[in-house]
Design a binder for this molecule. Sequence first.
Ligand code: PEP
Length: 246
Amino acid sequence: MTKLLVANWKMNKNEIEVKDFFTDFLPKYSHKRSAWIAPQAIHFSLVHQLGQTKGVKAGLQNCSENLSGAFTGEISPRTFKEMGGDFVILGHSERRQLFQETSKLLNAKVKTALKEGLKVIYCVGETLPEREAMQTLSIVGDQIHQGLNDMTEASAENLIVAYEPVWAIGTGKTATPAQAQEVHAFIRGELKKKFPAFGEKVQLLYGGSEKPDNVEELLGQKDIDGGLVGGASLKAQDFLALCGDK
Ligand code: PEP
C-alpha cells in the first residue's frame, strides 16, 4: 500500500506562503508517497486548485456534525464535499483539549462526514500522565469504540485512523517506532473486532513530531501506513523529504 503523508497546517500560512509552498513542493513531488494537505479552511480552494495539478488532495481540520442551518461559524461537510473537498481530520487533540470535543460528539461528526462521501482521519492518543499511568491502551481503546460507535463495516470504508500521542505533538518528542507500533497494532486489533475485513486494511497514520530524520523508521513498522504531520509539513523541503522526495 502506498504510504500516506497528511499535512496539518493548523492556523498557519498566509496566501503568499501557501503559493510559495506549492512553487517549491510541486516540481519535486513524485508520488512515491501520497501527499494530502489540510490548510486553514479559508485557503481550501487555493490549495485544492494548486494541488490538483499533481493529485495532492485538500482537506479540512474540522467540520460540523450538521449539514446546514443555524450553526454560526461552522463548516458543513456537505458544502465542503460539493466544493471538491476530499477529506477531513476529526478529533485532533487540539480540538479535544481546546474546544472540548468529546468522543461522543466526534462520533456524530465522523458518521456525518463519512455519509457525505468524505474521507475521515479520526485522531486518537493519550496524554503524558495517561501514558505514565499505563493507561495508553485503555484510553485509545475508549476513543476508538466511542468515536466509531454504531457504524457498519460498509460505512467505515473511507475511514483512516491517526495515532497521535498528545505528549509528542509539537514537542519534539517522538514516540519510538516500537511504542508507536505497539499502539498501532492494538488499534488495528480493535478495528478488526468492529470491522473484520476493513480492519485488516485500514490505513493507520502516526502523528507526533515526525520529521525527515525519523520518518523512515516509523514508516518501516508493520502497522504504520503513513503520517499526520504538523510542524514539519510547513516547509516544502521537509514535507518533500517526508514524502520520500529528498
Ligand atoms: C499534529 O498536530 O497533528 C502533529 C502531529 O504535529 P507535529 O508534527 O508538529 O508534532
